[in-house]
Design a protein around this ligand. Structure first.
Ligand code: ADP
Length: 484
């Protein structure tokens, strides 16, 4: 397996490779442009030489003679330069008519067959003779009804030397510049990654016991600051979750310990007395009540865990929410009365839903149960159900203790119990409203609370009404598996 490279090494290698490719491309481009320009300059030169030289060729008795003013230095210089490798042929016969000394010495003259070929297709030859690179241009001219092929040449030796020099410089520069690129990229990658390294060090210092710590903000508003902010949000969520877990453990142990202590106490007292207890029925009834409490707490907890894991199935049926709320309200009147509370039920009209009747029943009972639980004797609890537009609505209000404003955002959290309800109030472990909210939302509804300490609370749930012809949708929706 390839050893994994560090990010810094990867970045440095990547930029070095990129740098080398760019440099090589730039070098090749420069070299090619230079070569093209030199060739174009040599060709321009050849065209000038050919045209100029033809002007100095005159014909005497059909014979070509190079005639120019030798006292004019400019002309003399031009002719000497242009005639260095020149030849003049009779285009028809291919006969060589004129030739320079260098051309003759270097045997540049073309055989007759080649002259014919050049006449058919004049152009440029590139040849190397005795280590000299020459560029020769053939062009066709006419005089006195005859055609002549004039071939002039220049040495491109200097151009080739220049190009070779350029190539050498580029080959030397490439590794040197690439090395500079590697060092630069390594330095830059280190600089860029340093804050990341610092972030990692800070993050690794945050343990489960140090969740209050946060990653520093550098104030640069770049991606790393955004990353730190995201991590900080996650830490806040984690801190909250851990806080709630701890709270839950404390509540759970309290809820479990109380009935267990009662059970143990009763059993110990019964064992201390000789013979069977006189009131064994009373003892067993009291023990059963404690078992029930334990069962309720554990049952709710497991239910919520299943709900959060998406393992609960809803049996969707059509029913009238008003009738259901009215029935449940009336069932709870004796419970309320036993605590000196008056419970009024106002559920007129009809509000048909397609929902899981059992779960909706649970929602209403939870709200009624809380309203009664948190209202002192002499208080009042009201339950109202009706339809409003395309929604059905149930409102459970009480004149009880109310909930402090700071606690309101948390009462739907799992295991949350408002401050003053913990030590004195019996019953739940702060799971009822979490479960209630989950059920309502899974049915496409909303739960709201309005509360004032000392004045009481109003819990309102709204659920979508069944569509006009809902018998069909109830059938298809029945036994709907709800997953988060
Ligand atoms: P529990 O099962 O402990 O009652 P819930 O989740 O049902 O938990 O309620 C969470 C907390 O919200 C309660 O502990 C209580 O402090 C507060 N609460 C709920 N309903 C009412 C109400 N009608 N009046 C006052 N406080 C309430």
């Amino acid at each position: 397996m390839m050893p994994s490279l560090k990010l810094r090494t990867k970045l440095a290698l990547f930029y070095a490779a990129l740098f080398a490719i760019l440099l090589a491309s730039a070098g090749i481009t420069v070299y090619r442009i230079m070569a093209l320009r030199l060739t174009a300059a040599a060709d321009d030169n050849l065209v000038d030489h050919g045209a100029g030289l033809w002007g100095y060729i005159q014909f005497h008795a059909g014979k070509p003679v190079l005639t120019y003013d030798t006292s004019n230095h400019q002309i003399a210089y031009f002719v000497r330069d242009a005639t260095r490798y020149y030849q003049l042929y009779d285009a028809a016969s291919g006969e060589l008519l004129l030739e320079s000394t260098d051309s003759s010495l270097m045997h540049l003259a073309l055989p007759v067959s080649e002259v014919g070929r050049r006449v058919g297709r004049p152009g440029i030859d590139v040849i190397a003779v005795e280590g000299v690179a020459l560029r020769l241009r053939s062009a066709l001219y006419q005089a006195n009804g005859h055609f002549y092929l004039l071939r002039v040449g220049v040495s491109v030796e200097e151009d080739l030397v220049d190009l070779a020099e350029l190539k050498r410089v580029l080959f030397l520069l490439l590794p040197v510049m690439t090395l500079v690129g590697v060092v630069g990229a390594w330095w830059m990658a280190g600089k860029v990654l340093r804050p990341l390294q610092e972030l990692q060090n800070e993050a690794s210092a945050i343990s489960i016991t140090q969740l209050h710590r946060r990653l520093p903000h550098r104030g640069t508003r770049d991606e790393l600051d955004a990353l730190a902010a995201t991590f900080n949000q996650v830490f806040t969520l984690l801190e909250d979750a851990v806080r709630r877990m701890k709270q839950f453990s404390a509540y759970m142990s309290h809820e479990l310990r109380t009935p267990l202590t009662v059970l143990r106490g009763e059993a110990e007292i019964a064992l201390m007395r000789p013979g069977p207890p006189k009131d064994w029925r009373g003892l067993l009834t009291s023990q059963l009540e404690e078992f029930d409490k334990l069962d309720r707490v554990i049952g709710r907890f497991l239910l919520l865990a299943r709900a959060e894991a998406g393992q609960i199935e809803f049996e969707m049926v059509e029913f009238d929410l008003c009738a259901l709320a009215a029935g449940l309200g009336k069932e709870m009147i004796p419970v309320a009365m036993s605590r000196g509370i008056s419970l009024k039920v106002a559920c007129g009209g009809e509000a048909r839903l397609v929902a899981d009747r059992g779960w909706i029943e649970r929602v209403i009972l939870n709200l009624l149960d809380n309203a009664i639980k948190f209202t002192a004797g002499g208080g009042q609890v009201h339950i109202v159900a009706r339809s409003a537009g395309d929604r059905a609505m149930v409102e459970v209000s009480d004149t009880g203790s109310g909930i402090a404003e700071a606690e309101l955002p948390h009462i739907f959290d799992c295991f949350y119990r408002a401050h003053d309800s913990r030590p004195t109030r019996p019953g739940g472990a702060g799971l009822g409203l979490a479960l209630t909210k989950w059920i309502v939302e899974k049915h496409g509804g909303v739960i709201q609370v309005d509360s004032r300490v000392g004045a009481g609370s109003v819990f309102t749930i709204t659920l979508p009404l069944a569509p006009p012809d809902s018998s069909e949708s109830a059938a298809t929706a029945s036994s709907l598996s709800i997953a988060d």
